[in-house]
Design a protein around this ligand. Structure first.
Ligand code: ZN
Length: 308
């Protein structure tokens, strides 16, 4: 089941999703995000083929639970997006389920992970911070000691990064990545580089940041996996947590994939080929419905596959 993404305009967005991933984006040269698999009210993806063509993923989840193996969750649990950062994103943190439920009208929290598709040579991200106590953190934020406070770590193409709720993070300009996250759109900004849009700064959320930030932060190196070049025609598990399990598959010529997942989410990140006879190419996002337990993959492409 192929999905048509929703495209999200962002102050920091660029034109790579249109020009390099071939998405049909009209009249917007600052598209920051492509929500390829989303049932979130802020941008829903829509079924592109078959008898359910035209139905959005949220409705599909409610009306056709059989496609997902009769799930217990009250909403589609994940959101898969591509991010094109032409400018730096704000320094931010996301809440966990408990905090979001209590403070954000029943929203889910946001655990997320990234697979880096493109970045500059010597690129970095911000991940974690250097404060060892809450008081120290408060001081550093109040005094805008960002160089001292923020932890900067190198990344390269093919890196996978897990970002637990409560972890300070930010993507820097020039980076394109695939993000898999809980179905949530709650972001708390601690710093936005004093940027202004039409003379106005975006809102910061210092109180919420103080509430949810982990202190001290965990070692960022423990959450980065180098996954640029993995064994071909094999299901390579990148990470597994309570919200998702992420695999990277590098298809070269042909392979068979057996699955016992209730359903699978697939995003083709490079190349093209066929899955069970359907043409697939870079930028395609799809759901493999319940009951399809064997997949024939042919061609030359890399696909990030997610299961709950
Ligand atoms: Zn984030």
């Amino acid at each position: 089941m192929f999905l048509e993404p929703a495209f999200i305009h962002k102050l920091w967005g660029g034109d790579k999703l249109k020009n390099e991933f071939g998405y049909n984006i009209i009249n917007d040269d600052k598209v920051g995000e492509c929500w390829g698999v989303s049932a979130h009210p802020h941008g829903k993806s829509v079924v592109k083929n078959g008898i359910l063509k035209g139905m959005d993923l949220g409705t599909l989840w409610d009306k056709h639970p059989e496609i997902f193996g009769y799930p217990k969750e009250d909403r589609f649990p994940l959101l898969v997006k591509l991010i094109d950062a032409k400018q730096d994103l704000s320094i931010q943190v996301h809440p966990d389920d408990e905090y979001a439920k209590a403070n954000e009208e029943g929203s889910l929290g946001k655990c997320e992970c990234w697979y880096v598709l493109q970045c500059d040579k010597n690129a970095t991200i911000y991940l974690g911070h250097n404060a060892s106590t809450k008081e120290q953190m408060q001081e550093m934020i109040k005094n805008c000691e960002w160089d001292k406070f923020l932890k900067e770590v190198p990344i390269k193409e093919g890196d996978f990064i897990q970002i637990e709720p409560g972890t300070l993070h930010s993507i820097k300009k020039g980076t394109v990545l695939l993000e898999i996250q809980q179905n949530s759109d709650i972001t708390y900004r601690v710093y936005d580089f004093d940027r202004k849009i039409n003379g106005k700064a975006r809102k910061l959320h210092i109180k919420q940041c103080m509430d949810v930030l982990n202190v001290p932060s965990k070692d960022p190196e423990d959450f980065i996996i180098h996954a640029a070049d993995l064994p071909d025609n094999q299901v390579n598990c990148l990470y597994s947590c309570r919200y998702y399990t992420i695999y990277k598959i590098e298809v070269r010529d042909r392979m068979t994939l057996a699955t016992d997942a209730p359903y699978l989410i697939m995003s083709v990140i490079t190349g093209f080929g066929k899955i069970n006879g359907y043409d697939v190419k870079q930028g395609d996002h799809m759901i493999i419905p319940n009951g399809v337990n064997e997949l024939e993959l042919e061609g030359n492409f890399d696909v990030i596959t997610t299961r709950i």
